[in-house]
Design a protein around this ligand. Structure first.
Ligand code: ISE
Length: 322
């Protein structure tokens, strides 16, 4: 992801230059720096964050470093785009929110990039215009391929379904107040693994939601979202590629992974972030959105482990988040 963000910021996003790269893999750091026109290589993330030539920071480190590095950026007063998840748990995410609130202004955008995906935006726009009546049910289907890696229930929820949790909140304009998780393990001797996860959502308005994730579909990568209203349904096309008819056959290319499926969303996300840096006002998915998505994810994990519905209670939203 760091390499993709660096390329987007160098070649496809206006008004930004990549001036510094840090990676524990020095060969990869040098390759990306060369690709970005000769950025300065750092071996220490804190030094990169503090560097005067660095005005804003993208964090695409392993998840366990996200919260700490984001707090470092906040302390340095530098805008930061932190890849999801914001943290590895609710308490750690709350510390990021507290640091930002203490500073008195938003500096953090979280990499919940579906908010910049044209297909998701179109579904939300149609639902918001009210043509289908009141929104009753949100659904998402997340088809992934794990390339032989058998993810745990925690991995699937915090690494994959975290996107769908944010989509549910953002697209419905509603808070999630209850979850109920079920899953199918990869094998009976790995009960904590998760090949298929289903989560039922309850929203504060009384609306319902359903999230599904196939962690190892074996054929490609697909994402579909839909909102059912009182008089109709609006849903995205699961595949973005054109339909090809040839030799008495018809078909579509199924994307390989999220980098292919969301290539435009990542560019739109980075351009919006750079514009927010220029404007001096953070926008997009906030640290609060990142925090709430993790609180919901933690509830989904508890529900799956204990095979019971789990309520989600949210603290009061600080005023800096609107
Ligand atoms: C990956 O880390 C992502 O963020 C993708 O957007 C998601 O679809 C995938 O399941 C995750 O593993």
């Amino acid at each position: 992801m760091g390499g993709r963000h660096a390329s987007n910021l160098t070649y496809l996003v206006a008004a930004a230059d990549v001036t510094a790269i840090m990676d524990v893999d020095s060969a990869r750091a040098n390759e990306i720096a060369a690709r970005c026109g000769g950025a300065q290589i750092y071996t220490d993330a804190e030094q990169l964050i503090a560097a005067p030539e660095v005005e804003a920071v993208v964090i695409a480190a392993p998840n366990r470093f996200h919260a700490e590095l984001t707090r470092e950026c906040i302390a340095a007063g530098k805008p930061v785009l932190c890849e999801k998840p914001l943290a590895t748990g609710g308490d750690e995410a709350a510390e990021v929110v507290d640091a930002e609130v203490s500073g008195g202004r938003r500096l953090v955008q979280v990499g919940l990039m579906r908010q910049y995906d044209p297909a998701h935006i179109a579904v939300k726009r149609v639902s918001d215009n009210g043509a289908q009546g009141k929104a009753l049910v949100f659904r998402s289907v997340h088809i992934n391929s794990s390339d032989g890696w058998a993810p745990s229930l925690d991995d699937v929820i915090t690494g994959s379904l975290i996107h769908d949790i944010h989509s549910a909140r953002w697209m419905m304009g509603d808070e999630i107040v209850g979850v109920h998780t079920s899953h199918i393990p990869f094998s009976s001797d790995r009960p904590d693994s998760a090949r298929y996860v289903m989560v039922q959502l309850q929203f504060a308005s009384g609306a319902l939601g359903g999230l599904e994730c196939n962690a190892d579909a074996g054929y490609g990568y697909e994402i579909e979202v839909s909102i059912t209203g009182e008089t109709g349904v609006v849903h995205s096309s699961p595949l973005q590629s054109p339909v090809v008819r040839h030799s008495n056959a018809s078909g579509q290319w199924v994307e390989e992974d999220w980098l292919q499926r969301f290539s435009a969303a990542y560019i739109n996300e980075a351009q919006a972030w750079v514009q927010s840096v220029l404007d001096g006002e953070a926008a997009g998915p906030s640290a609060w959105d990142g925090y709430v998505s993790i609180l919901v994810a933690d509830a989904c994990i508890a529900s799956g482990r204990e095979s019971r519905p789990v309520a989600v209670s949210l603290p009061e939203k600080p005023s800096i988040y609107g």
